[in-house]
Design a protein around this ligand. Structure first.
Ligand code: COA
Length: 260
């Protein structure tokens, strides 16, 4: 695959998807969103990839937002379409991805950048990271799920404050508000993501995928998460991974999951 705006590679069962427009602080233009969609669809099909680490190129930014130069002269209808297509092609794809997606936030994560990090299943950050939803300072509101996912993560009051002030929080504050799970140095950021990915990959990835689905059900309108959990729990009993996991435990050996 030939990408112009992102890097995509696989190594030791990890798919590394890196937004690669460092001169524009990795701002998300239409082409980048299309390439990210393609990379995620390819990671979905690639059996070698078990976990995805999503990050930004360079030392300064994860993603500094949607590309403002692209939508500055949009009409209301074009704006509506921008948000709808972005959510469908990228943000919802990431949030509902059947393999864990870890966002490694390596600098500014603003606007669409923070929204992308929030769509990931969890986030870690470097100590130079700064996060915020500055859209109202541009006369718009977050359009890639930010008004929904930020309150889910940090609570309504803090989300309202962040969105209304258009301010940024640093990595330490982001940790306090549960926006990120861990903070480390920029050099240790990807190694930490890899360590967490390694811990996940010791488990049944079939069960991990079912767990993602069940947790996400809590945030979906019209879906009863408890019922979906019962369904997914029941289905687990029919997997080869379940047989392997339980028999390994009972035989006091390490499980070697077939991933089926
Ligand atoms: N869209 C388009 N271009 C962007 C961008 C965005 N969201 N964020 C940064 N860039 C571009 C800048 O225009 C600049 O391009 P240029 O060198 O061709 O002029 C380049 O990236 C570097 O950014 P710059 O502003 O010079 O860096 P800085 O260190 O002075 O400031 C930020 C960093 C993040 C504070 C600042 O770039 C910024 O406020 N970006 C916009 C953030 C935002 O509002 N995002 C939400 C969009 S909905």
């Amino acid at each position: 695959m030939n990408f112009e705006n992102i890097l995509f590679e696989e190594n030791e069962n990890i798919g590394y998807i890196t937004i690669n427009r460092p001169k524009k602080l990795n701002a998300l233009n239409k082409a980048t969103i299309a390439e990210l969609n393609e990379a995620f669809e390819s990671a979905r099909e690639d059996h070698d990839i078990k976990v995805v680490i999503l990050s930004g190129s360079g030392e300064k930014a994860f993603v500094a937002g949607a590309d403002i130069s692209e939508f500055a002269d949009f009409s209301a209808e074009e704006g509506r379409r921008l948000a709808a297509e972005g959510q469908e092609k990228l943000f919802d794809v990431v949030a509902n991805f059947p393999k864990p997606v870890i966002a490694a936030v390596n600098g500014f994560a603003l606007g669409g950048g923070l929204e992308l990090a929030m769509a990931a299943h969890f986030r870690i950050a470097s100590d130079n990271a700064r996060m915020g939803l500055p859209e109202v300072s541009l006369g718009v509101i977050p359009g890639y799920g930010g008004t929904q996912r930020l309150p889910q993560l940090v609570g309504k009051g803090k989300a309202m404050e962040m969105i209304m002030t258009a301010g940024m929080v640093d990595a330490k504050e982001a940790l306090e508000y549960h926006l990120v799970n861990h903070v480390t140095t920029p050099e240790e950021l990807i190694p930490l993501a890899e360590k967490l990915a390694g811990k996940i990959m010791k488990n049944s990835m079939v069960a991990v995928a079912a767990a993602i689905k069940a947790v996400n059900a809590n945030y979906e309108d019209g879906v009863n998460g408890f019922e979906l959990e019962i369904e997914e729990f029941g289905s687990s009993f029919g997997t080869e991974d379940f047989k392997e996991g339980t028999s390994a435990f009972l035989n006091k050996r390490k499980a070697n999951f077939p991933g089926k």
